[in-house]
Design a protein around this ligand. Structure first.
Ligand SMILES: *[C@@H]1O[C@H](CO)[C@@H](O)[C@H](O)[C@H]1NC(C)=O
Ligand SMILES: *[C@@H]1O[C@H](CO)[C@@H](O)[C@H](O)[C@H]1NC(C)=O
Ligand SMILES: *[C@@H]1O[C@H](CO)[C@@H](O)[C@H](O)[C@H]1NC(C)=O
Ligand SMILES: *[C@@H]1O[C@H](CO)[C@@H](O)[C@H](O)[C@H]1NC(C)=O
Length: 436
């Protein structure tokens, strides 16, 4: 499913080059890695994030056949009877409990599941990973209700802004929403990085705006070949997404996977630092710094936006990858079949730090935004997803060219990724003051 032979050739060349590098045991140990080990990470994320296939066609009406069953199912999901309880409850601290009703959609009721996330189609045998429900410690998380969601967003425009994991979220949301209405695909660019759908019955517009870093980031090229090192302009948002802000009601921002690489950091016209570089005269920063600055610049831009009245910005926090016993090209895999328990959860990992930075920057922006009429919130999926090493495609992502390699970055559909929309809807309801 590679986009072209050029990219695959390029990739296999890099692969040969980096294959002999030292082996690593775990994603979570990225931070202290030395510069010399670094290129490997870069290749990993370049690969998964750039070339993750995205065949997408919202045309079929087959999905409608199961709508009735669906509403029956949804009726059985726990509803919130206790308004105050949800209002004051921390939805994001909890654990996974068995939910025998399984998923709201299947790979036949949702016709738009991208091939690379259709894990059952590609031979995934264990099915239990769809049979879990998130249970916040002190309340119930209301499950996604496509009909109610559509009413909430009637006449609105919502964009998902971020990398291919943001795309994974919108793909999941489309499966949930297509149970209510099949959208028209009204725009797509040649690389499927910018797409727009319209739901005529609800006058709802949904779009994906693709960005690696939120801020301007250009890959350093040598003789026409990418070096995997990037120049980041810390004080400039990428206009390809930011230009859409004035027309949006909801911006769902997420990002992070592209930052694990050599980066040269610029402010104004000066080079002010770098990440994972070994030039003697440049101030060294860690990934956290670059991530923080990227989010801060994006949020400052939103707060300064004159024509963005009433915009609600929600940060979907970092979603961890789960490679075990190696990296993607050193035999790393993610073939677990059940969630982690609370006791097994490790918040000492770098992914949690990424999440904390994103939440801190959101809170900073929220304070500033109060004066500008801008609203900010968080869809804080990190803790729940840290506990779902069983939610990734692993070897079941149908990529013939990359046989033997595992995708432990993206998420199977159906699967725990569908919970991001449960969380999203709950947060939006809180935002609107609706608690039922
Ligand atoms: C759905 O998954 C089943 C395996 O559970 C597979 O046989 C079938 O081909 C898949 N259908 C589609 C439309 O992907
Ligand atoms: C780039 O191309 C020039 C001319 O072909 C060559 O001299 C140089 O070594 C190349 N640089 C790298 C880094 O490959
Ligand atoms: C580093 O700084 C020193 C002293 O200012 C200078 O002589 C040297 O050329 C610089 N090196 C680089 C790589 O810029
Ligand atoms: C997961 O994969 C590894 C490596 O292929 C294998 O050794 C292990 O038995 C697998 N575990 C399960 C639960 O399938």
């Amino acid at each position: 499913m590679m986009k072209s032979t050029t990219t695959s050739t390029l990739f296999s060349e890099r692969l040969k080059h980096y294959d002999k590098r030292e082996k690593w045991s775990k994603m979570g140990k990225i931070v202290p890695f030395l510069f010399t080990s670094f290129a490997l990470i870069t290749v990993l994320f370049s690969f998964f994030l750039l070339f993750s296939p995205i065949p997408f066609k919202v045309t079929s009406k087959q999905g409608l056949t199961s709508v009735q069953n669906l509403h029956e199912l949804q009726g059985n999901f726990p509803k919130t009877d206790h308004f105050e309880e949800v209002e004051n409850c921390d939805l994001f601290t909890g654990h996974w409990i068995p939910e025998l009703k399984g998923s709201v959609y299947t790979n036949s009721s949702c016709t738009t599941i991208p091939d690379s996330k259709n894990c059952f189609k590609h031979g995934r045998q264990d099915v239990d990973f769809v049979n879990w429900r998130w249970k916040p410690e002190n309340c119930e998380l209301p499950m996604f209700d496509s009909m109610a969601f559509m009413e909430m967003v009637r006449g609105k425009k919502m964009a998902f802004i971020g990398d291919s994991v943001a795309r994974n979220h919108i793909e999941s949301l489309l499966c949930l929403l297509s149970q209510e209405e099949i959208p028209l695909e009204i725009y797509k660019d040649t690389e499927d990085r910018f797409k727009k759908w319209y739901f005529p019955n609800h006058d709802f517009t949904l779009m994906i705006l693709w960005t690696k870093f939120l801020i301007v980031g250009e890959e350093r090229m040598v003789n026409g070949t990418g070096t995997s090192a990037f120049d980041l302009q810390l004080d400039k948002v990428e206009n390809s997404w930011a230009d859409f802000l004035p027309e949006l009601d909801y911006a769902i921002i997420s990002d992070g996977h592209w930052f694990f690489r050599v980066m040269y950091l610029h402010q104004g016209n000066s080079l002010t630092g770098c990440v994972y570089c070994n030039e003697p005269n440049i101030t060294k920063h860690d990934i956290s710094f670059a991530v923080r600055m990227a989010f801060r610049t994006a949020f400052d831009h939103i707060n300064a936006c004159k024509n963005c009245n009433g915009l609600v910005t929600l940060v979907r926090t970092f979603a961890p990858a789960h490679f075990e016993n190696g990296f993607w090209n050193t035999g790393g895999y993610c073939n677990r079949t059940s969630p982690l328990s609370k006791e097994e959860l490790d918040l000492g990992v770098f992914e949690w730090e990424m999440r904390n930075i994103q939440v801190e920057e959101m809170e900073r922006a929220r304070e500033i935004g109060k004066k500008q009429g801008k609203k900010f919130g968080v869809v804080d999926v990190t803790r729940a997803m840290l506990m779902r090493p069983d939610g990734h495609p692993g070897s079941h992502w149908g990529n013939k060219w990359m046989k033997g390699y595992n995708d432990c970055v993206h998420w199977c559909m159906p699967g725990p990724v569908d919970h991001w929309s449960h969380f999203l809807m709950a947060v939006m309801r809180k935002e609107l003051g609706i608690f039922s």
